[in-house]
Design a protein around this ligand. Sequence first.
Ligand code: EPU
Length: 417
Amino acid sequence: MDKLAIQGGAALRGEVRISGAKNAALPLMCAALLTRDPLRLTNVPHLRDVSTMVRLLAQMGVAATLDDRGALALDASGLGNPVAPYDLVKTMRASILVLGPLVARHGEARVSLPGGCAIGLRPVDQHLKGLTAMGAEIAVEHGYIHAKAKRLKGARIFMDLVTVTGTENLMMAAALAEGTTVLENAAREPEVVDLANCLAAMGARVTGAGSDVIVIEGVERLSGAAHRIMPDRIETGTFLVAAAATGGEVRLTGTDGTYLEAVLEKLREAGAELAEEPGTISIAMRGRPRSVNLRTAPYPAFPTDMQAQFMALDAVAEGTGVITETIFENRFMHAIELQRLGANIETSGNTAVVKGVAKLDGATVMATDLRASASLVVAGLVAQGETVVDRIYHLDRGYEAIEEKLSKLGARIRRVR
Ligand code: EPU
């Protein structure tokens, strides 16, 4: 299993290009199931989750060609086997995103019920509730969701809580339903808007994406389209935090600050200087960062996917920071690993109190999820001596060429195979 070995202490300097967003790419790839025409996506990141989604779609009969410039052509004209097997769903929960499109276009789907995962229980009851309201018959048998519908019908759906993939699944299903669907308490994440824009280019009638009420007037068929995937706001935020933690000066291109206001605000509070121009964000951190308090919540509030990286920043900052996680019930697994590097963190329930220390010491650490691994990389870049981050297959799921990009910024980091 690959590891990353990091010699800490080098301030990050230079320029790096941000990739397309994982959490936009995955639902967009599933949108290809809604049409017999080809869907062409560009700015597709080279990630393990993207390859897993290609495999999942391929075994359903979707033809996929990915070139090395990040263009992915998907053709679901041969869709035949509407099944998402346990083996793939267990490695990538976003597989649930095939459910809505499959029922809508194929009339049937069998999708393995995702289990709990490293960050929380993560049920999919809201996805099922919405599809049931649209007239799908749903049974859970032998660990699989079996959903059927001749043609889905538009419905008014009030989601009990804000769910990103739940909103995306129902928006895709509603695009081909008969009549109008109103999704209330919808997720406002930029990735939902990216998907809505692509659906609109395919001929869907969607309004309100980016607000908490999305209205979808169903159409009989959707066509192919070409769509450029939005920049990855979490990769952007992770590089900004890495620059801040190391006292560096970095310019990120191919990205957009408007997607991450809450994160930029916290970085400013920590003492970073930020400059934004269209398509780029620059950061400079002079001196030691100051601790920040933060509370995760659905967009536009502070994203849970940046919580772990900020815990690493607070760990080396001046002062004490209080971090509250409100989205997932078990997303502090990195705290105990950061402590192995010398961080002073006390967690209780969904709150972590982080007292900044003057230095961290390198050690071998490992993480159980993607963003936790990213926080250990940030900590390793600051720690004295060598930090070895184990189980980096988590990082490969969501960060394209992370060690190459960090090396380009002057980090002493290498992959150990
Ligand atoms: N929830 C339910 N019932 C549902 C759906 C969700 O109770 O039917 C709960 C979840 O258990 C959680 C909360 O609602 O406590 C929010 O979960 P959400 O459904 O929004 O999460 P998700 O759609 O499964 C996406 C991202 C995650 C990101 C979350 C929150 C994708 C593919 N994944 O997950 O990304 O953390 O939204 O913003 O878009 C990551 O990239 O590292 C990652 C985990």
